[in-house]
Structure formats: C-alpha cells, structure tokens
Design a protein around this ligand. Sequence first.
Ligand code: PA5
Length: 452
Amino acid sequence: MESIKLDITKAAQFLTPGAIEAYVPQVAASQEALEKATCQGNDFLGWLHLPSSITPEFISEIQDVANILRSKCEVIVVAGIGGSYLGARAVIEALGNSFAWLKSDSKNPTIVFAGNNIGEDYLAELTEYLKDKRFGIINISKSGTTTETALAFRLLKKQCEQQFGKAEARNMIVAITDAHKGAARAAANKEGYKTFVIPDNVGGRFSVLTPVGLLPIAVAGFNIEALVKGACAMEKETDINIPFAENIAARYAAVRQALYTQTGKKIEIMANFHPKLHFMAEWWKQLYGESEGKEYKGIFPAACDFTTDLHSMGQWIQEGERSIFETVLSVETPNRELLFPHDDENLDGLNFLEGKRVDQVNKMAELGTRLAHVDGGVPNIRIIIPKLDEYYLGQLIYFFEKACGISGLVQNVNPFNQPGVEAYKKNMFALLDKPGYESESQAIKQRLSEGK
Ligand code: PA5
C-alpha cells in the first residue's frame, strides 16, 4: 500500500536554511510529552494510540448496529456539532456520490446532518423533508448538553415517535455520548436506546475514529475497517521513533510553526482541487482552530475550494496582504474517468483538450495555481493523497491529528481544551433567562441598556 506524502519544498524556500530543522528539538520534546503523557491536556490523549487499539470485535459491533439502521431507514439524521459531526461528514462527503442527495439509492440511506446550527428555517425544512420518510437518528454529544444538538434531537425524537410509534422509534435511534453523564445519556437510559460511549480521554475534535465518526460512516455504506487500517498505518508512520526527515506529521508541524514565527504568516489556507474535500477542510479547520487558537496566538485556519474559489478569493490570495501560506490537498488519481469530447464547431476553442481526462486539466490548474501563488509570495505545502478511499482518508485523519498535537505543544498551548467556546454560551443562556444564570442575565441586560 502507498502512503500520503508531504511536499514542503515550496514552503522551505521562504525560510532561511535550517529554519525547519531548528524545530527538531521542540518537535521531539512534544512527541515525547505526548507519548509519556507529560504534556498539557494529558487527560485527553486517548486519540494517540486509538487506531491500533480498535479491535475487529468493536468494528463488528459498530457494523452490526449500522446494518440494523441501514435495513430500517431510508434517511439517517446525524445530530451533532463540531467534533461530534464534522469528521463523519468529511469522510461521507469525500467518499459519497456528489449527487447522492438527489438520487434515490435503495442500497444506502441518505445521510443528513442536524444539530449543528439553530436555524429555524433549516429545522423546519428538515422536519418537512422527513415527514414521509422512514428515518432514524444518531444523536451524538459528548457532553450531552450542547444546545444546538439537544434542540434538534428534541424535535427529531418527537417526530420519529409520532411517525413510527414510541416502540419502533426506540429501534431507530442510537445515542453516542458519555458513559454516565449528560442529558443524552439520561434520555438513552430512560428510553432504552442502543448507545456507544465516547471515551473520556478523547476530545470531540479528535473523536472521528471512535463511534462518533465510525457509526455514521458505516451507516452511509463505507468501509470502516479500511478507514481504521489507514489510520493504523499512519500511527506507525508518525511514531516517535521515525526520524524527523521521514516523519510527515513532525515535518508538517515544524514547517507551519517556522512559517508562523519566522515569516509572520498568520493564516493557513487549506485548499483542495476536489469539491468532495470541502468538509475535510471544515474538519481540519476545527481541529487546528480549537487546538491552537488560544492565549492570543495561533495560526488562523481558513479553507478554499479550488478552482471554484480562484474566481472569488484568488485575487486576494495572489495580491492581498502577505500574511498567508497555503496547504494543498492534492488527490493523485480520481476514482472516475471522463474524457473531453470533440466538438465539430469548436466555438469554445477547447478542441485542443479533446481526448484528455478532465483531471489532466485540473492537475494543470493545480500546478499553475501553486506556482502563481508561490510567485506571489505565498509559501505552499502539498499533501499528496493517492486516491479518495477509506484507507487514505484514515491516514489523512490520523496525520492531521498527530501533527496538530505536536504543533500545538510546540506553540506552547494546551491543544486539547477549548475554554474560549464557553463565552458565547454564557451570554446566550443569560439572554434566554436560563435558570441558574440570573446574575448573568441581569448584568447582560444592564450592559445592553447602557448601549455597551
Ligand atoms: O472539539 C470539541 O470538543 C467540540 O467541538 C465539541 O465536539 C462540540 O462542541 C460538541 O460538543 P458535544 O459533543 O459535547 O455536544
């Protein structure tokens, strides 16, 4: 089997010689701190050797539950937010047919996502869409108390019970949550739903290889055994004993930090030339944003879909403020083949492409873009993925997780907490007069009345 590869040559040319290697001691210290669990956030290191700890029996248990949902439901709603949905969505969209949503496919249920926003129209439209569908729910929340997810689940549970009766709804709802605490656990225990546990020592954004990601991915019809196998391979390839020069997670962590500190590049744009990878970049944004953006530092993770966004963001990237570097997700071989047809009239002047694969044009767009952006002062990192399948996506996921852990520790923050996300929740609960928030409610209303 091949492996994903990392090409940093077009980033290194922006750095002084030896700038990346200068990070070797810090990277090594971070790797050691992860392995010995002596780092900040060391109670959240369950992801580190997760792939190699997943047993065939556990995969079978997940697959069995997935098969039940697949046999019962034409639509599955995955309710979750942040780390409780982005990983599953990233894999499902990367592997699925781009038009799965529009096709009726008797083999695979349609997967839809909810609980990741508070859009009234979104939820009302979802309710309407589901009203004549046999649908099930995978309710995912580690804390079990997240407002967006709890709100969607309340609506969906009620609708499921109304459409299929309480007893049958019980067979169509699965909860993935904490072993003991939270409202999602309490509801699952009371109603007798099938449940899976999110391990205490795995944070949301590192949880895609737990049932949080594995169950929805299996329900969608994808091979979770191969996904885990790919992650296992990457766990080995990025092991602490692999020398820096060959360790792609260590090198990615080092080059990003070198660009950040030495060239002042504060924004990393994750760019893909494959629309199916849009949500992979969304997952990556959360992983790096929540892990590194603290203590008023951290590279800002942004994402673009190319060539689409070259017609919107391309100008800024080429000639805007030089505070960015770019990381390209480059897929070597597409899964399908499509050739440019001949046209007698050639009104569009494209006959010179006749007989060529569409991907050949895409590849030249990719290379041309990388060269243009480098010429415009944008360092470029390239992650080469042999093809979009479960095995390589498993590799990619673990690669990003490992590099993130190392990079956050090199930056000297705790990569495994997210204290900053509480601020908006506190204000929202105070504004909604949630019981227990009386003094905050009073203070925020006073502040608003003063126009501050
Ligand atoms: O990475 C994280 O911890 C967060 O993004 C959570 O996944 C997200 O806030 C959802 O939390 P929960 O699973 O508790 O509903």
